[in-house]
Design a protein around this ligand. Structure first.
Ligand SMILES: NC(=O)c1ccc[n+]([C@@H]2O[C@H](COP(=O)([O-])OP(=O)(O)OC[C@H]3O[C@@H](n4cnc5c(N)ncnc54)[C@H](OP(=O)(O)O)[C@@H]3O)[C@@H](O)[C@H]2O)c1
Length: 510
C-alpha cells in the first residue's frame, strides 16, 4: 500500500513558517542541499529545478503531492500555478477555483480522500503541508521526514495544527549535516513490519531481558532460566515479536518436563510503545497456537493470568488485565473462568473434622467410578464443560489421567467412606511442581449438603501437614461458591485470582 509521508522543513522550535508565512530563514546549502537534491529531487518545485540541474531527473520516492490552499497560494501569488508538474498535484480548498489543468482541487474530507489514494497503485504520496492539512491527516501519516534547521524563530506556523492527542512515531533514520541541519525519519509504530517467531538458543539474552512492570503475574529471568533447564519452558514454546530488530512482545508457554506439547501460556507481554498492544498480543498468541496445533497438540494450551487479590479495585491492574483479555479473546481463547488461588499455612491451624468419615485406599476402577459420580452436578466450570462435551465416562477418565500426571503420588489418593462402608467421596492430596496442594475433593451427589466436604478437606490438609507441608495450595472457581466457602472454613486464604482463557472445545458430532 502507498505511504503518506509528511516531508517538511522546520525550525528548532518546531515552526514550518513565520507568522506571516515567511520561510526565507531556511537555508538550502552545503551537504544538506546536496542530499536533498540527490534523494528527494521531486520535492524541488519546477522553477527551482533548472538552476539545480534537476531538469529531467526522475522522481525518487513520490509521484503525488498534497497541499493545503495556504501552502499552494504563495506560489500562485507570483504566477506559479503548477509548482510540481512532475507529480500528480492535489490542493485542498473549499474556496479555490481550479487554477491550472495540472492541479486538482479537492474540497472533500482529506482523510477519506487519502485513504482512497492509498488504495490506488502508485509511488509514495508527499504531504507537503501545511499545519492545518497535516493536522487533519495526522492519523493517515505513515512517515515523517523532518528537515530541522538550526534556527529559532519564536512564533509562526507549527508543524501540526491539531487537538492535543499524543501519537507515537519511532525514529528510523537520523542524519546530521555540516550545515547544522538534521534530517530525521520517523515511522508510525504500526507501519514497521513485525516478525513473529518462536525463539532459538541465540535469543536467550533478549528473551530474558524483558521485564514487566504491570501489577500482574509474570515470569522473571531467573525463574525462566531455572525452568528452561528442566524443560518446563522451551525455546520452541517461547515466542517473540520483533520490530526493527527489537523484541516488542513475548509469550512464554509452559508445560511439564515430560509434556510433548505446552499446557499453558503463563506470561504475555507487549511493549507499551506498541500502539495496539492487544492486537499484537493476539497475533503472537494466534501464531503460537497455530504452530502447536500443526505439531499435533491434542488440546490448545490455555492462557493463565494471575492477578492480585482484589484486583478489580486497582485501575492499573484492570488496564493490564484488559488488553491481555482482548488479546486472548481475539486469538480465539473465548472461554473464560476465574479461579481463586487459595493457600493454607500452619498459622491457620488444622481444620476440624467431624470424624464421620473414614479414608481408605482404592483400585483404579473404584476411583474412576467415584470421579464419574462426582462429576454429575459439579459446580466446577471445567468439569461442567467437559461433562457437556464428552459425557461422564470421558470426563472422569480425563480427570484421573490429569491427576496421575501431577507430581503428587497415586498412593496418596483416598476414598472417603461413611461408617456403613458406603463411598461418600474422594480425597486426592496432590502436588504442583512448586508445592503440595489439594488436588481434588468431592462428595457423591446423594450425600451432598451434609457437610462431608469439610471432612474431606480436613483429611487432605491433615495428610499434607503430616508429610511436612508448610504451604498447601488449592484452586476453585469463583462461581463455585459452596467450595470457596468450604475452603474459607478450613482456614484457606485467597492469595490470588487467576483468569483462564481457553479455546472452546468442539462438541461431539451429532
Ligand atoms: N516549511 C515547510 O516545509 C512548509 C511546507 C508546507 C507549508 N509551509 C507553510 O505553512 C503555511 C501554510 O500552512 P497552514 O496550516 O496555514 O495552511 P494549509 O494547511 O497549507 O492550508 C489550509 C487551507 O487548506 C484548505 N483545507 C483545509 N482543510 C480542508 C478540508 N477539510 N477540505 C478542503 N479544504 C481544506 C483550506 O483552504 P480554503 O480556505 O481555501 O478552504 C484551508 O484554509 C504557509 O506559510 C506555508 O509556506 C511550510
Amino acid at each position: 500500500m502507498r505511504k503518506l509521508t509528511y516531508y517538511v522543513g522546520t525550525t528548532l522550535d518546531g515552526f514550518i513558517a513565520g507568522p506571516d508565512g515567511q520561510f526565507d530563514f531556511f537555508p538550502f546549502e552545503g551537504d544538506f542541499a546536496a542530499a536533498l537534491r540527490a534523494e528527494y529531487p521531486e520535492t524541488v518545485p519546477a522553477h527551482g529545478r533548472g538552476p539545480l540541474d534537476l531538469d529531467g531527473v526522475p522522481n525518487k520516492r513520490f509521484d503525488t503531492v498534497l497541499m493545503g490552499r495556504a501552502t499552494y497560494e504563495p506560489g500562485l501569488a507570483v504566477g506559479v500555478t503548477s509548482p510540481y508538474p512532475h507529480l500528480k498535484q492535489y490542493v485542498f480548498s473549499r474556496t479555490l477555483a481550479r487554477p491550472d489543468p495540472a492541479v486538482e482541487v479537492v474540497a472533500t474530507d482529506p482523510v477519506a480522500f487519502v485513504r482512497g489514494l492509498k488504495k490506488q497503485d502508485g509511488e509514495g504520496i508527499w504531504l507537503c503541508g501545511g499545519a492545518n492539512l497535516a493536522g487533519q491527516l495526522l492519523e493517515e501519516i505513515d512517515e515523517l521526514i523532518i528537515k530541522r534547521h538550526p534556527v529559532v524563530i519564536g512564533s509562526g506556523t507549527p508543524l501540526f495544527d491539531a487537538p492535543f492527542r499524543p501519537d507515537s512515531f519511532r525514529l528510523t533514520d537520523s542524519r546530521v549535516f555540516n550545515t547544522g541541519a538534521t534530517i530525521t525519519t520517523y515511522t508510525k509504530e504500526t507501519d514497521i513490519p513485525v516478525l513473529i517467531r518462536p525463539t532459538g538458543e541465540a535469543d536467550l539474552d533478549r528473551v530474558t531481558a524483558v521485564t514487566v512492570d504491570e501489577p500482574v503475574g509474570w515470569i522473571p529471568a531467573d525463574r525462566y532460566l531455572e525452568e528452561l533447564k528442566e524443560g518446563m519452558y522451551r525455546p520452541e514454546w517461547t515466542w517473540i515479536a520483533e520490530q526493527d530488530g527489537r523484541v516488542v512482545a513475548r509469550a512464554l508457554w509452559w508445560g511439564r518436563a515430560t509434556s510433548e506439547h505446552p499446557v499453558a501460556l503463563d506470561c504475555l507481554y507487549v511493549d507499551p510503545s506498541v500502539a495496539d498492544r492487544s492486537a499484537l498480543g493476539a497475533r503472537l498468541i494466534s501464531a503460537g497456537l497455530r504452530a502447536f496445533a500443526e505439531q499435533g497438540a491434542p488440546k490448545l494450551p490455555l492462557y493463565n493470568l494471575t492477578l492480585p487479590n482484589g484486583w478489580r479495585e486497582d485501575p492499573a491492574t484492570v488496564a493490564a488485565a484488559d488488553w491481555r483479555r482482548d488479546a486472548a479473546l481475539a486469538a480465539g481463547l473465548t472461554d473464560v473462568v476465574e479461579r481463586l488461588r487459595l493457600e493454607w499455612t500452619p498459622d491457620a491451624g488444622l481444620p476440624a473434622s467431624s470424624g464421620r468419615l473414614t479414608f481408605t485406599e482404592g483400585t483404579d476402577e473404584e476411583f474412576l467410578d467415584v470421579f464419574r459420580r462426582i462429576a454429575v452436578g459439579s459446580l466446577d466450570g471445567e468439569t461442567r464443560r467437559n461433562l457437556a462435551l464428552m459425557g461422564p465416562e470421558a470426563t472422569a477418565q480425563e480427570e484421573v489421567d490429569f491427576y496421575l500426571g501431577c507430581p503428587g503420588e497415586r498412593s496418596w489418593w483416598r476414598l472417603a467412606r461413611t461408617p456403613d462402608g458406603e463411598v461418600a467421596g474422594l480425597a486426592l492430596p496432590s502436588a504442583t511442581p512448586y508445592s503440595r496442594n489439594v488436588g481434588y475433593l468431592g462428595v457423591v451427589p446423594e450425600l451432598r449438603g451434609q457437610g462431608y466436604v469439610d471432612d474431606v478437606l480436613a483429611e487432605i490438609t491433615r495428610v499434607q501437614v503430616e508429610a511436612g507441608a508448610e504451604l498447601i495450595t488449592a484452586t476453585t472457581d469463583t462461581d463455585n461458591a459452596p467450595m470457596a466457602a468450604a475452603f474459607a472454613r478450613a482456614g484457606y486464604r485467597t492469595a490470588q485470582t487467576r483468569l483462564i482463557w481457553s479455546a472452546p472445545e468442539q462438541g461431539p458430532a451429532s
